[in-house]
Structures are given as structure tokens and as C-alpha cells.
Design a protein around this ligand. Structure first.
Ligand code: FES
Length: 152
């Protein structure tokens, strides 16, 4: 891990980057921002860890916990809600095996994220699977897509 940290540090210094760009590099390398990375860079750059955590928690693009290989984003906005969004979310949880407040499956194959509105209300209900948008998605279509991901 430290080898990666040093590589990122070198790039960060060469580009005279900001905390945001540094966090982006860390997330690109590890898929999330490990706590160990925050404290390592905080120490090396003499920047309080709280600034890293503050920035990482302010911007939705950053993840402080590992995410799954497949990211499913379910829209919870009003239009999607009235067109069965809650039921779809429950279906997704059942299909991938999430319970309670869990967001990522134990095998880290799936992460389910819920967002307010993805801006495609006319296509509600909307689910995004690995950056591909599925509008007017049905439970059957969703099940088929998840099954394919499980087998891949
Ligand atoms: S409410 Fe779901 S796309 Fe807008």
C-alpha cells in the first residue's frame, strides 16, 4: 500500500494538486479512500486528517468504505418513488443479498447506492447499473441484469 502512496505523492507534488485531486487519485488507486491513506498523507504533507475527512465527506464522489465491483444506483426521487422505486430497491436488496442498512455485499460484488434524483424523471423508475442508465425498468428486467452480473 505504501508503494502506491508514494506513487500518488510523487504525482501530487508534480502537479501541485489540491486535496480534492489527491483524494481522487487515492480513490482511483484503491476504489475508495482508506483511512490508512488519510493518516499517511496527513502526516507526510502536514495537513490535518480532519481536512481530508471533511473534504471526503462533503463531496458525494468520495467513498470512505470499499465499494463493490458492480455499482447499482437506485433513484429515490419523487417520480421514481411513485412508479415503484421502493419496490425495486427491495428487489435489488433481495437479489444481491443485502440486509438492513448494508450498502455493499460481503463478497464485494455489489454496492447499492440510493440517490435523490438522477434527472431522468420521465423515464422513472430509473436504476443505473455500472454507469448504464435503465429507464422504466421492471422488476423482471432488473432481475435479469443482476443475474447476468452475478454470473460474470
Ligand atoms: S425522480 Fe428518479 S429520475 Fe428523477
Amino acid at each position: 500500500m505504501e508503494k502506491s502512496f508514494n506513487k500518488i505523492l510523487k504525482s501530487h507534488k508534480e502537479s501541485n494538486g489540491s486535496i480534492i485531486s489527491l483524494l481522487q487519485q487515492i480513490q482511483n488507486e484503491f476504489g475508495y479512500i482508506p483511512e490508512k491513506a488519510v493518516f499517511w498523507f496527513s502526516n507526510i504533507l502536514d495537513i490535518p486528517a480532519s481536512r481530508f475527512f471533511g473534504t471526503a465527506t462533503f463531496y458525494a464522489q468520495f467513498n470512505l468504505k470499499p465499494r463493490g465491483k458492480n455499482i447499482i444506483t437506485a433513484c429515490c426521487g419523487t417520480a421514481c418513488h411513485v412508479r415503484g422505486g421502493d419496490r425495486l430497491i427491495n428487489n435489488i436488496k433481495n437479489e444481491i443479498g443485502l440486509s438492513g442498512e448494508e450498502k455493499t455485499t460481503g463478497d464485494r460484488k455489489f454496492t447499492l447506492e440510493q440517490v435523490a434524483c438522477v434527472g431522468a424523471c420521465s423515464a422513472a423508475p430509473v436504476v443505473i447499473i455500472n454507469e448504464k442508465v435503465y429507464g422504466k425498468i421492471t422488476p423482471e428486467k432488473l432481475k435479469k441484469e443482476i443475474k447476468a452480473l452475478k454470473e460474470s
